[in-house]
Write a protein that binds this ligand. Structure first.
Ligand SMILES: Cc1cc2nc3c(=O)[nH]c(=O)nc-3n(C[C@H](O)[C@H](O)[C@H](O)COP(=O)(O)O)c2cc1C
Length: 205
């Protein structure tokens, strides 16, 4: 692996609509020369197959190969972990990166994170991020939201997590779906403090 790569960022895709946001985020982090540690839930695999023209392999080693190829990542820049890979670094405060993004975030995973369920590696990694007071960004997509969803979002915000709904603005006059996707990915990168050229910031030319 190249030693000049930036710190790892954990990216988890769960089974909410909007797989494109997560896949584009991985590409953008690779382009920004960060290591990306990826987890994809079983439901997310189904959503990816439904919403995109590709199916991704379930086996983490093969998944890493495919994501590396499609994003042009350097060898080792992308690592993938399985649903119950409890020995993975993200499962412990001593090994987990300083930032994790769940994008898109299903209301199921939102609930599990808010209540500390830790029943799979995605939920455990988020639990670690919360207990270690690290950056945790959740990108929920559902409409309308129930009181359960809203209460979980408020609870997570109060714990220090960032709720960044998949709700792109239209004031930049998007010409394509890619523009809408980039709107959200740019907001996530802003939260992570990672420079990008996806969209100019408000007030910039
Ligand atoms: C095509 C498709 C779209 C879905 N869209 C959403 C959604 O937008 N938001 C949501 O919270 N759940 C959505 N679901 C349901 C979740 O995938 C389901 O609740 C699942 O148990 C979530 O599991 P996970 O959190 O482990 O990924 C969708 C499921 C499918 C198959």
């Amino acid at each position: 692996m190249q030693t000049e790569l930036g710190a790892p960022v954990t990216v988890a895709l769960t089974g909410a609509s909007g797989a494109q946001y997560g896949l584009r985020l991985i590409e953008a982090l690779v382009a920004a020369d960060h290591q990306v540690w990826v987890m994809i839930s079983k439901a997310a695999h189904l959503v990816i197959a439904t919403e995109t023209d590709r199916e991704l392999p379930a086996r983490p080693a093969r998944l890493a190969e495919v994501l590396t190829e499609r994003s042009g990542a350097a060898p080792g820049q992308i690592r993938c972990f399985g649903r119950e890979e409890w020995m993975a670094p993200v499962a412990s405060g001593s090994g987990a990166p300083s930032a994790m993004v769940i994008c898109p975030c299903s209301t199921g995973t939102l609930s599990a994170v808010a209540t500390g369920a830790s029943n799979n590696l995605i939920e455990r990694a988020a639990d670690v991020a919360l207990k270690e007071r690290r950056k945790l960004i959740l990108v929920p997509r559902e409409t309308p939201f129930s009181a359960i969803h809203l209460e979980h979002m408020l609870a997570l915000t109060r714990m220090g997590a960032v709720i960044l709904p998949a709700a792109p603005g239209f004031y930049h006059q998007p010409a394509s779906i890619d523009d809408l996707v980039d709107f959200i990915v740019a907001r996530i990168l802003n939260q992570l403090g990672i420079a990008h050229r996806l969209m100019s910031r408000w007030g910039e030319a």
